[in-house]
Design a protein around this ligand. Sequence first.
Ligand SMILES: [Fe+2]
Length: 171
Amino acid sequence: MDVIDETAQVLASLRGVWDEVEVDELDHALQAGRRAADDDADDELVLASVLHDVGHSPVVLTDPSVHHEDAAQEWLTARFGARVGWLAGAHVEAKQYLAATDEDYARALSPTSVSSLAYQGGALATSSRTGHVWWPDALRLRRYDDAAKVPGAQALSIDEALDVARRVARR
Ligand SMILES: [Fe+2]
């Protein structure tokens, strides 16, 4: 199967998967992509924003002992390169970092994010990824992620998301 067909299949598999309370994982993905595009993110960052939670897809996460962000990083790196994978793989550490360093951020986290933060290790001001050249973009992604939980909010269409995937895959 080609990478774009696989991506379409994975996106479709997120319909009806509920991690957050307000929107399912497909709406969450497409809203995150829209937030990134509206913030003039480059194609790789937009794509990583759309696909950061593919580790919640039953197609991608086949081993429940693997953390969803690690499953996403592995799946995306193989298909779209190291940066897309790394940015998605960083989205939990980016939450831990922002929760430790930005009071307003910590206060605004959704109840689901607050409870997952606890078992993800809590707020942490440093990690193996802070200081990396891609870290600022990981923090941008995390803010698109947290904003992408609003029923009925503006979102990319699946076709728009796949167009971004096509451009990244062509590189
Ligand atoms: Fe997310």
